[in-house]
Design a protein around this ligand. Structure first.
Ligand code: ZN
Length: 285
C-alpha cells in the first residue's frame, strides 16, 4: 500500500514537472513569437569587399553605390532562373509570399512598419493585391466556382456597378475598404501607438485589409461563414496591433467605423439611383 502510494506521488510529481516544462517551453516560444511580430527582419551588413559585376566599381556592402546592383548577382544560377521566371508574375523575390505570411501573423505591425517608412519589410501592397487577383483568377479558371446570382435592385447604374464589382473582386475588395478610410481617420487619428494617422496612410491600411479579405475569401467557398469570421477577426487584429487601443477601445471604435461606412455606402447608392432616374428621365424626353 505504502509503495503504491509512493509510486503515485512520484508519477504525480513527474507529471507536474513535465507540465511545468511544457509551460516554460511554450512561454519561451510565445515571447520569441511576440518579439518576431514586433521586429521580424534583422538586416546584416556585408563587410567584405566586392567588385560590381555590372559596372566594375569596388566597394564594401550589400549593394553597389554607383549602379545599385546587388553584391550577390553573379552568373545565372538555378535560383536566378526561377527568379527570372517569377518576374513575369512580379514574384521574383520571396518577399511577396513572405509579405502574405507576415500579413497572416502580424497584420497590424506590418501595416505600421510600411506606413511609417520601413518599406523594405513588405512587397509593394497595391501590386500584391493585383498579383493575388491574377493568381486567384488563374486558379478559378481551372477550378471554377459555381456562379452566384447577383441581387439586382432595379436601377440601371447601381446594378451595373454591382455586376462590375462582382467581376472585379480585387477592386471590389479595395473599394469596400476605401469606404472605411474617412471613418478610420475620424476615430483612430489620435491613437496611442500611431498618432496623427493620415488619409494616405489610411488608404494603404485598406489596401492591406483588402489583400487579407481577398486571400481569406478565396480560400473558402463563396459566402462561407468561416471566411466572414476570419475577416472580422483579422480586421480587429490589424486595427488593434496598428493603433494600440485596448480590446474594448478597438471594438467600439470599429463598430462606429462600420456604422459610418454604411452611411457612406447608402449615400453612394442614393447618388447611383439619382443618376439612373435622371438617365431614364432624359432618355424618355
Ligand atoms: Zn555597379
Amino acid at each position: 500500500m505504502q509503495t503504491k502510494k509512493n509510486v503515485l506521488t512520484k508519477q504525480w510529481q513527474m507529471m507536474r514537472r513535465s507540465c511545468g516544462n511544457v509551460r516554460q517551453v511554450l512561454s519561451i516560444k510565445w515571447t520569441a513569437f511576440r518579439a518576431w511580430q514586433e521586429s521580424p527582419i534583422e538586416y546584416k551588413m556585408d563587410g567584405s569587399a566586392h567588385v560590381c559585376n555590372n559596372c566594375g566599381y569596388r566597394y564594401r556592402g550589400n549593394y553597389c553605390p554607383r549602379c545599385s546592383q546587388s553584391a550577390h548577382h553573379g552568373r545565372i544560377s538555378w535560383l536566378a532562373m526561377w527568379q527570372g521566371i517569377g518576374q513575369l508574375w512580379g514574384i521574383e523575390s520571396r518577399s511577396a509570399i513572405y509579405t502574405l505570411w507576415q500579413l497572416l501573423l502580424r497584420p497590424g505591425y506590418l501595416v505600421r512598419d510600411y506606413i511609417s517608412g520601413k518599406r523594405q519589410v513588405s512587397y509593394p501592397p497595391v501590386k500584391l493585391l493585383f498579383i493575388l487577383a491574377a493568381v486567384v483568377a488563374l486558379i478559378q479558371f481551372f477550378f471554377p466556382r459555381p456562379a452566384t446570382d447577383i441581387s439586382e435592385i432595379g436601377f440601371q447604374y447601381v446594378d451595373y456597378a454591382l455586376r462590375w464589382l462582382d467581376e472585379h473582386q480585387s477592386i471590389s475588395a479595395l473599394a469596400n475598404g476605401c469606404i472605411f478610410i474617412l471613418p478610420t481617420w475620424i476615430l483612430f487619428r489620435n491613437a496611442p501607438l500611431y498618432p496623427n494617422h493620415s488619409i494616405p496612410e489610411g488608404f494603404f491600411l485598406q489596401v492591406y485589409i483588402a489583400i487579407l479579405t481577398f486571400l481569406l475569401s478565396s480560400l473558402f467557398a463563396e459566402g462561407a461563414l468561416a471566411s466572414t469570421i476570419l475577416i472580422v477577426f483579422y480586421t480587429f487584429a490589424t486595427y488593434k496591433q496598428l493603433f494600440g487601443y485596448g480590446y474594448w477601445g478597438t471594438f467600439w471604435r470599429l463598430l462606429i467605423c462600420f456604422a459610418l461606412s454604411l452611411v457612406i455606402l447608402v449615400i453612394f447608392i442614393i447618388i447611383g439611383i439619382a443618376i439612373s432616374k435622371l438617365h431614364i428621365f432624359t432618355t424618355a424626353q
